[in-house]
Design a protein around this ligand. Structure first.
Ligand code: GCO
Ligand code: MN
Ligand code: MN
Length: 389
């Protein structure tokens, strides 16, 4: 399967150490793959042609590593980066695995946990910046509840805001060139996670002191877990200038957190997402936050990684074909046709415009009777996707 769809030089495809490095542990079963070292994962990513590797602090340096162990791991990791040309565009903090974070990190009811979370994040930011990261992701996996008896949601929001304000100021104080990207998820591992959708995050960001340095990191599976249209959230983020990063994967609606290969389930949604990202000119990382099926060995993990990247490249080509397809474009033009009769009413409000519009006459019945060829447009889109046009 080596052809033009395989990753080309200059691609922006990234994977987390935790994605291709996933050992296949699940709530019902033990690991099925041996743990690779961070350096080994970088070599694997170099082999499949990825551009970048992202990590949580503890994917790279175990939480209880000694300074000597930490130095040795960093040395091996940096060598692997230099040998392969793989770079580190994004980093993040693990604020969910350690038992200390069982009731959240920045929103924990325990002020000691909140302070420790800030300390851990400052150290992790330093580590990320040292290795080249320019985006820092916040995924608040444990920032939630099983019962609302346990935590006041207003208080939780206030704590989260204070933590982010503190950390924005820390980044500025250090002179780091780093932007924050907040990642929403509705549930799992908590019963309910605060700020559960990308839209909720976008609203929250506007309440921050340094909102200009904070955007979002939407993930396909997270909106889909909530039964929502992911593309619409991405479009809103883009419209607000807040699409700082994106997590690509796939997920069946209404299931557990599956983290499947990009495009593995909802091909049509994946197509419209890629088409959107390409149409608007999104030029950030294309990060695959997914992992191989538990059935795979490391050859299968490579198949998984290559599959994610091929899927994006193939859908990108399909989007180009969609734009070049005369029949599809004729339908698009017909749908958006404008007879110019309402030109006088367009644009900003004026009292004259409002008065003219109020006295205009419209053929309401004709408007309602007009057929819209969306069936045909959708069918042609699917036929294009299936390779029969
Ligand atoms: C999940 C999340 C995480 C985050 C990661 C980086 O569902 O577990 O998507 O994988 O993206 O922690 O912040
Ligand atoms: Mn996820
Ligand atoms: Mn994610």
């Amino acid at each position: 399967m080596s052809d033009k769809y395989n990753p080309q030089p200059g691609n922006r495809f990234t994977f987390g150490l935790w994605t291709v490095g996933n050992i296949g542990r699940d709530p019902f079963g033990e690991p099925v793959r041996k743990q690779l070292t961070p350096a080994e994962i970088v070599y694997l990513l170099g082999e499949v042609g990825a551009y970048g590797v992202n990590f949580h602090d503890n994917d790279l340096i175990p939480i209880d590593a000694t300074p000597a162990q930490s130095a040795q791991i960093k040395k091996e990791f940096k060598k692997a980066l230099a040998d392969t040309g793989v770079v580190v565009p994004m980093a993040t903090t693990n604020l969910f695995s350690d038992p200390a974070f069982k009731d959240g990190a920045f929103t924990s009811n325990d002020p000691n946990v909140r302070a420790y979370a800030l300390q851990k994040t400052m150290n992790a930011i330093d580590l990320g910046v040292e290795l080249g990261a320019s985006t820092y992701v916040f995924w608040g996996g444990r920032e939630g509840v099983e019962t609302d008896a346990s935590k006041d949601p207003l208080e939780a929001g206030k704590r989260f805001r204070e933590a982010l304000n503190f950390l924005c100021s820390y980044v500025k104080d250090q002179g780091y060139d780093l932007r924050f990207a907040l990642e929403a998820k509705p549930n799992e591992p908590r019963g309910d996670i605060y700020l559960s959708t990308t839209g909720a995050m976008l609203g929250f960001i506007e309440t921050l002191e340094h909102s200009e340095m904070v955007g979002v990191n939407p993930e396909v599976a997270h909106e889909q877990m909530a039964g929502l249209n992911f593309l619409h959230h991405v479009a809103q983020a883009w419209d607000m200038g807040k699409l700082f990063h994106i997590d690509l994967n796939d997920q069946a609606f209404g299931r557990y957190d599956q983290d499947f290969r990009f495009g593995a389930v909802n091909l049509k949604s994946a197509f419209f997402l890629v088409k959107f990202l390409e149409d608007v000119g999104y030029d950030g990382s294309l990060h695959f936050d997914a992992h191989a099926y538990r059935t795979e060995d490391y050859e299968g993990v490579k198949d998984f990684a290559i599959g994610c990247m091929r899927m994006y490249a193939i859908l990108k080509e399909k989007a180009e074909r969609w734009h070049a397809d005369a029949e599809i474009q004729a339908l698009v033009a017909a749908i958006n046709a404008d007879d110019g009769k309402t030109d006088a009413f367009k644009g900003a409000y004026s009292a004259d415009k409002a008065a003219a519009l109020k006295s205009a006459s419209f053929d309401r019945v004709a408007m309602g009777a007009r057929g819209l060829p969306y069936e045909r447009l959708d069918q042609l889109t699917l036929e294009l996707l299936m390779g029969v046009r």
